[in-house]
Design a protein around this ligand. Structure first.
Ligand SMILES: Cc1ncc(COP(=O)(O)O)c(C=O)c1O
Length: 368
């Protein structure tokens, strides 16, 4: 019987997403959860993931267009803009759409102070640089910035104090201790001046390793999608389930004799007679072109090695001399049976990059 063949698609398991959120709430205790959905929800599809997270406390994205996409789709949850506004003309848009920017520089603070005639006051998050040295106001300026924001007529209520870890995926790294100490000190100073100050520090790694449980909002991204942020581990070890399974059909099976070459650059030459399978996914779908020979591809219950160069629309696997795979069978590039953590390690990258790179032409099939 002819099997239905498809180019690359990704199954997105929404019950697994709900399971992961429950697991995260278990780790987070009474803290609130800001789900990080930037970069198209780490490749899982921004709007559908947001809509599926019906009992999330808030959603975090990096760019204004992502936030507006959610509002236009009818998402009413609080939305936090992690990099804040890029220019003053975006501020009225935030106010009109009830989007909460992170203020991470004195320039942004000044732009906010100068904007007139906002339709509504906006809630803001103040980011302090406790050691990442990427975004955030200087710790010495934090108190003045907090005070200033609190007093601005453009701002609603007290800012939420936040910072970001540089090394949380290495729980014993000394940088974590210094960042937590500095953040706790800032929190205590601001609380002394202003009463209760709400805080946010932990990403997935900090949450799973429980290194900073005392702050109010956790900000998981990767763990929500079932993936571990730690090297040499999989999400399953933390009770998480992979949400994305990336697949494609085998659209050609052929014999190759020893000494023949396969693919662009004639880059692979089998030492013995073998069979190869051509899988309908390539770097045009986001599969990494630099994936080396031997990168695992899961077919019919076992892994086969990738061979030759990954092309734009196809890649090749060595199926061996005893053929157990048929035309039309499904290859899994990563997901339920082949952790993306394993593939990322083989490829020399991190799961974040593989997930975010899944191209728009890959159809996302949502499993309810
Ligand atoms: C400010 C901020 N918070 C939280 C996260 C979520 O991180 P993770 O996906 O490691 O949980 C990110 C992602 O990089 C981030 O930039």
């Amino acid at each position: 019987m002819n099997k239905v063949m498809r180019p690359a698609w990704a199954s997105i398991d929404l019950p697994a997403l709900a399971h992961n959120l429950r697991a995260i709430r278990g780790f987070a205790g009474n803290n609130r959860v800001l789900a990080i959905l930037k970069a198209n929800a780490y490749g899982h599809g921004l709007t559908r993931i947001a809509q599926a997270l019906t009992d999330i406390d808030a959603i975090g994205v990096a760019r204004l267009d992502e936030a507006l996409q959610l509002r236009n789709a009818g998402v009413t949850k609080p939305i936090v803009l992690l990099e804040g506004f890029f220019s003053a003309d975006q501020i009225p848009v935030l106010a009109a759409s009830n989007i909460e920017p992170v203020v991470h520089s004195t320039l942004q603070l000044q732009q906010l102070a100068e904007v007139a005639n906002l339709t509504d006051r906006i809630k803001v998050w103040l980011k302090v640089d406790t050691g990442m040295h990427r975004l955030g106001v200087e710790p010495n300026d934090a108190s003045a910035c907090y005070q200033r924001l609190y007093e601005l007529p453009q701002v609603q209520g007290k800012p939420i104090l936040m910072s970001h870890f540089a090394c949380a995926d290495e729980p014993n790294h000394s940088k974590n201790t210094s960042q937590i100490t500095m953040f706790a000190q800032l929190h205590s100073d601001l609380s002394a001046a202003h009463g209760e100050v709400v805080t946010s520090l932990s990403n997935s790694a900090a949450l799973l390793s429980n290194i900073a449980p005392q702050f109010d909002w956790v900000r998981p991204g990767l763990s929500l999608y079932g993936i571990s942020p730690f090297a040499n581990e999989c999400g399953e070890q933390h009770g998480l389930k992979a949400v994305m399974t990336l697949q494609a059909s085998i659209i050609s099976v052929r014999k190759v004799a020893a000494g023949e070459t396969v693919g662009y650059g004639a880059a692979w030459q089998p030492k013995t007679d073998t069979n190869i399978g051509i899988v309908a996914i390539g770097y045009g779908d986001g599969y990494p072109r630099h994936a080396p020979e031997g990168t695992p591809v899961y077919i019919n219950g076992r892994c086969y090695p990738l061979v030759g160069r990954v092309a734009m629309d196809m890649l090749t696997v060595d199926l061996g001399a005893n053929l157990e795979v048929e035309l039309g069978d499904t290859a899994q590039l990563w997901g339920k049976d082949l952790p993306v953590e394993t593939v990322a390690k083989a490829v020399g990258t991190i799961p974040y990059e593989l997930l975010c790179n899944v191209a728009r032409r890959v159809q996302l099939d949502y499993v309810e």
